[in-house]
Design a protein around this ligand. Structure first.
Ligand code: SF4
Ligand code: SF4
Length: 174
């Protein structure tokens, strides 16, 4: 039939025109990233972190730089945590290796920039720094006494002197 293809095509167009949209109006509308999306800024739950530094050690591209301080109770805390997004492979090794699950992505996909300095991200927030200062002050005010060193093991009783081997006379061969 003449024009059958045109009618079929128009039918598809009209169905999609009134149907659910497959596109969205970026940047006014933003996509919600999936649960396992890797990207954006690294974020830390500071109170969960045990300052073990495994995330930095595991990073294959040295994208994480940490500084650790020890309080008066010999407990370790992060003093600074810098994530170089320009070096990051988004491999997720740091997050997967963090035993207390303190790390995550903020899933912000709008991180492109003209300046590479903007890709250096301070992971610790002002709130984390205030918490650190508070913890250090409290630890300094209530230091736990140092552990009592274990008593040194007593030296073993001196062994009796070994008996001298009997002198053996070597007779010259005849
Ligand atoms: S691996 Fe986790 S707990 Fe250890 S320093 Fe990194 S963020 Fe903190
Ligand atoms: S995602 Fe991979 S490359 Fe990026 S900081 Fe973590 S371990 Fe390093």
């Amino acid at each position: 039939m003449f024009g059958k293809g045109l009618i079929t095509g128009m039918g598809i167009t009209i169905r999609h025109f009134f149907g659910k949209k497959a596109t969205f109006c970026y940047p006014e509308e933003k996509l919600t990233m999936t649960e396992h999306f890797r990207g954006g800024h690294l974020t830390i739950d500071y109170k969960k972190c045990i300052a073990c530094q495994l995330c930095a050690i595991q990073c294959p591209n040295q994208a994480i730089k940490l500084k650790v301080v020890t309080d008066a109770n010999r407990k370790r805390h992060l003093e600074s945590y810098v994530h170089s997004m320009g070096r990051c492979l988004y491999c997720d090794l740091c997050i997967e290796g963090c035993a207390p699950h303190a790390l995550s992505w903020d899933k912000d996909y709008e991180i492109s920039t003209w300046h590479k300095e903007d890709l250096v991200h301070q992971v610790m927030t002002d709130e984390d720094r205030s918490y650190l200062a508070e913890v250090m002050t409290q630890a300094a005010a209530n230091p736990t006494p140092p552990p009592v060193p274990k008593a040194a093991p007593k030296p073993a009783a001196a062994a009796p002197p070994a008996a001298k081997p009997a002198d053996t006379e070597v007779k010259p061969r005849e």
